[in-house]
Design a protein around this ligand. Structure first.
Ligand code: SF4
Length: 211
């Protein structure tokens, strides 16, 4: 079985297993997802979803956040950890949206990547979830699982994993596939030394590398 064949089989099985997988960060406007993905670094999505409610009560739009004192943003986002750097990035990012994009989130990967505090993972998430474009989000679950499954071989660096996955994952499948990897990584293929292979829907196609 080639890596591509294995990937296609895994995609189909995960579709059946997790038909409703999606982003677990709450947002109703694109700029809010930008804020949330920055806050989600080293923090749970559940906590981010609570904290942003407090943030938007005080600063309800891009302009308000762009004009907000960084210390005030930091005070509110403090429960997410790394408050100072996250607040600085959110402030700078909202200023850029206001000043360069009329308050809108650019529908272009390289422009997203150039925004303060936005890395490849976040830019891919926005492209996939907000704009419905091909995207591969290489978060910690994705990297652990695709190595175990044998879709990549001992690669841990996110950009390199992304590059390898683009070769074998159909572009239109990438975004949902990554969301399903998160669900599978939480429920079955956990970060424990021994994941629950005995009840995994992929056990006959997975290489179980390093397990
Ligand atoms: S068979 Fe085991 S290692 Fe492979 S995806 Fe399933 S739980 Fe993870």
């Amino acid at each position: 079985m080639t890596k591509k064949q294995r990937a296609l089989e895994i995609i189909e099985r995960l579709k059946e297993e997790y038909p409703d997988s999606g982003c677990t960060l709450d947002y109703d406007q694109a700029w809010k997802l930008l804020v949330s993905v920055r806050l989600a670094a080293q923090c749970t999505d559940a906590r981010v979803n609570v904290v942003v409610e407090d943030l938007y009560k005080v600063f309800p739009d891009v302009d308000a956040l762009a004009e907000a004192p960084v210390e005030e943003i930091e005070r509110i986002v403090h429960p997410c950890g790394l408050g100072n750097s996250k607040a600085r990035d959110i402030s700078a990012c909202m200023k850029t949206l206001r000043d360069e994009y009329g308050g809108r989130v650019p529908e272009d990967f390289d422009r997203l990547l150039a925004l303060p505090g936005v890395g490849r993972k976040s830019a891919n998430l926005i492209m996939g979830d907000v704009f419905g474009k091909p995207a591969i989000v290489t978060d910690t679950h994705c990297i652990r699982l695709v190595n175990r499954m044998g879709l990549v071989d001992g690669i841990r660096e996110p950009a390199k994993v992304e590059k390898e996955l683009w070769k074998i994952i159909p572009p239109e499948e990438g975004n949902d596939f990554c969301h399903r990897l998160v669900d599978h990584g939480r429920a079955v293929c956990t970060a424990r030394t021994h994941p629950y292979c005995d009840r995994c829907c992929l056990q006959d196609v997975c290489k179980k590398a390093g397990v």
